[in-house]
Design a protein around this ligand. Structure first.
Ligand code: CMC
Length: 431
């Protein structure tokens, strides 16, 4: 909302320009520069968007200094403790906690959309078996637009709704199929009598040859991992989804773009990179060597699972994830696992180290999620696909919010051009 009593003044070559100030319900005030170019003929420069609000939103709020994360106003630790993933999905999508009746209907709706078009099985078979499951997911989710023609029209509210439910419901099936394909096992169909997280474990770990019973502690841990990754405001992959969608692209193409962005090691790929780093360190006595490398300006190595663009205090998701990790490891009796010992010691040493204290580098959500997923039995290549399936609801909620905005414009950043100015073409013999 524009605050009539507040404005910012930009002075440029003796001329002053008044810029409106927008007041959020929480967080810093925002200077509205939409008319700046038209009025003053200048752009603003902010690579990496460290000071730029790219949209307005009512879904998720993060206070990085306080280590606070709210979904529709509800703190993440309360949701992780008292709620569960599908209820959080409803909350993110529709803005309020569901009544018992609303929740039941929503759960039935999602459960009834978990199967994928049978023809898609053949599509999977086109990939090499050793493809990274994220590569398969980018391809298969993008290909949903070739299978679900009746939910591609972004201007039809009903079709948008159907696409949203399809994406949330089918993503675990697609991720589990990508996994099964990579290990040469048959695809496992979803089971409607299981909840969302238990069904995912069933599709990943059961085989036709024998009975598989999902352990409730593991499915609860899985559900928590989904809940803690559900949305995170305008991060790189969410902004990618919004930018792709701003051109009017179909929902499946937009979510595939989000998955591609999430794959990078600075974003969702960090959970895989973190566990691989812990394994590479291998033993507690090698930690100082890796800490020295992380601090060395001439070494590109970074401690994976540490630091965050927004959190300059403990990542609130990491706190809950740490508790969950302790629970799962106690159940599975793997406390003496060397990777875990390295993780615990690394966390302790880094939190006491002046470099990490000064730069406010705390363990993030990926530091602990990898440890849990490893203990459950997932290979590291599945860590980022699991993040992607959990984040789908966030992407979808933000996509729906964006399309409902009557002021939607195609996203089209400007640039600070530093290249050659106009020059004449030189014939090849004269170069
Ligand atoms: N290890 C060592 N030094 C670090 C690290 C790290 N993990 N992270 C940041 N720094 C240093 C960095 O070198 C810089 O130092 P200086 O000021 O001397 O140049 C300073 O801290 C600030 O870092 P930055 O790169 O300017 O911060 P950013 O906001 O651009 O990057 C980040 C945030 C998450 C990309 C980064 O901290 C990082 O690469 N962390 C490791 C990867 C990781 O765990 N990513 C998962 C993020 S949480 C899950 C998600 O939401 O995707």
């Amino acid at each position: 909302m524009a605050d009539k009593n507040k404005s910012a003044t930009l002075t440029l070559e003796g001329k002053s320009f008044e810029l409106p100030v927008l007041s959020p319900t929480a967080g810093p005030e925002v200077i509205d520069i939409r008319k700046l170019y038209a009025q003053a003929g200048v752009f603003t420069y902010d690579p990496g968007f460290t000071s730029t609000a790219s949209c307005d939103s009512t879904i998720t709020y993060i206070d990085g200094d306080e280590g606070e994360l709210l979904h529709r106003g509800y703190p993440i630790d309360q949701l992780a403790e008292k709620s569960h993933y599908l209820e959080v999905c409803f909350l993110l999508l529709y803005g309020h906690l569901p009544t018992a009746d609303e929740l039941e209907k929503f759960e039935v709706l999602v459960t009834r959309h978990t199967m994928i078009h049978e023809q898609m099985h053949y599509f999977f078979r086109g990939f090499r078996r050793d493809s990274h499951p994220m590569a398969t997911m980018v391809g298969v989710v993008g290909a949903m637009s070739a299978f679900y023609h009746d939910s591609l029209d972004i201007n039809d509210q009903h079709q948008r709704e159907v696409a949203s439910i399809r994406l949330i419901a089918k993503m675990p099936t697609i991720a589990a199929m990508a996994y099964k394909y990579s290990i040469g096992q048959p695809f496992v169909y979803p089971r409607n009598d299981l909840d969302y997280a238990a069904n995912f474990l069933h599709m990943c770990f059961s085989v036709p040859a024998e009975q598989y019973n999902v352990d409730p502690i593991l499915s609860r841990a899985m559900d928590r991992i989904f809940t803690l990754h559900a949305d995170h405001e305008q991060n790189a992959s969410t902004s990618t989804v919004r930018l792709a969608s701003s051109s009017g692209a179909n929902p499946f193409a937009c979510i595939a773009a989000g998955i591609a962005c999430l794959w990078g090691p600075a974003h969702g790929g960090a959970n895989q990179a973190c566990l691989e780093m812990l394994r590479e360190i291998g033993s507690v006595d090698r930690i100082p060597e890796y800490l020295a490398r992380a601090k060395d300006k001439n070494d590109p190595f970074r401690l994976m699972g540490f630091g965050h663009r927004v959190y300059k205090n403990f990542d609130p998701r990491a706190k809950v994830m740490k508790e969950s990790a302790d629970e799962v490891l106690a159940l599975l009796g793997v406390e003496n696992n060397p990777t875990l010992q390295v993780a615990k010691e690394l966390e302790k040493i880094a939190l006491e180290d002046p470099y990490f204290i000064e730069k406010k580098l705390y363990p993030n959500v990926d530091f602990y999620s990898g440890i849990i997923l490893d203990a459950i039995g997932f290979p590291t290549s599945m860590f980022t696909p699991i993040f992607a399936l959990a984040r789908t609801v966030g992407w979808v909620s933000q996509w729906k919010e964006q399309l409902a905005d009557p002021q939607l414009k195609i996203g089209r950043p400007r640039q600070l051009y530093l290249g050659e100015t106009s020059r004449d073409y030189v014939d090849i013999e004269n170069r």
